[in-house]
Structure formats: C-alpha cells, structure tokens
Ligand binder design. Sequence first.
Ligand code: HEC
Length: 113
Amino acid sequence: MSRLPCIPIALTVLLLTACGTARRGEPLIGERRPPDAKLALGEQVFDRNCSQCHPGGESGLGPALNNKPLPRFAMKIQIRNGVGAMPRFSSNEITDEQISAVTAYLVWLRRQH
Ligand code: HEC
C-alpha cells in the first residue's frame, strides 16, 4: 500500500529518460517554420486555399511557385482573377490582408529553397 505512489513516479522518470534525445527543436531536414505572425497567417491561407494545387509551393495540378521570382503584385492579380485552371478567389474567400500575408509567405518560402 505505501509503495503504490512510487509506481507512477518511477514510470514517469522512465518515460522521460527513455524519450529524451540530445537534440530538440528544428528538424535537421525539412521545412522551416515561418518566423512571424504575418507569415504564419500566410501559411494558413496557403494551406487552406492553395496547397492542394501547389503543394509546398511545388508543382501539382498547378505549376511550381518556388522556382521563379514572381512579384507579389503579379501573384495578387493571379489570385483575384484566376488564370486557366486556377480558380479566382474573391475578397469574400480571401481578404486583402490574407493576400498580403500569403504573397509574403510565398516570397519567404521561395527563399528557403
Ligand atoms: C484548383 C487548383 C489551384 C488552386 C486551388 C490554386 N492554384 Fe494557382 N495555379 C493553378 C494553375 C493550373 C495555374 C497555371 C495557370 C495558367 O497559367 O494556365 C496556377 C498558377 C498560379 C500562379 C502563377 C504561376 C506562374 O508560373 O506564373 C500563382 C502565383 C499561383 N497560381 C498562386 C496561387 C495561390 C497563392 C493560390 C491560393 C490562394 C492558388 N494559386 C490556388 C492551380 C491552382
């Protein structure tokens, strides 16, 4: 009876030591996280509206976005008007603030490549 409380503590210690690794934080390989709130919003907008056709800014149904220096105003025109198989997004779907965030995110994303 008096030993029982030790068991959860012992298990916790075991778990913590078993799962501990020398390195924490950023993965060695893979995507870097957006460094500020605007870029984080841009990533959200992108994941919700764009990544199904431009996965990670690479080509899918749509062309790659990471491999060319598209200016932000051109991306905005593309998003608002759509071209070919790309749908247009009205301000009800994506606000101006969200476009500003998503184009900033795409410029940032491209610089990670
Ligand atoms: C249904 C698929 C689809 C979705 C969703 C989509 N796109 Fe596209 N996108 C395309 C296609 C297809 C093209 C190529 C259009 C063409 O030129 O005929 C394109 C082209 C573009 C281009 C121009 C690329 C170039 O090479 O000039 C940009 C920038 C772009 N998309 C950004 C976005 C952003 C940002 C979003 C989200 C807000 C988005 N797209 C959502 C399919 C999509």
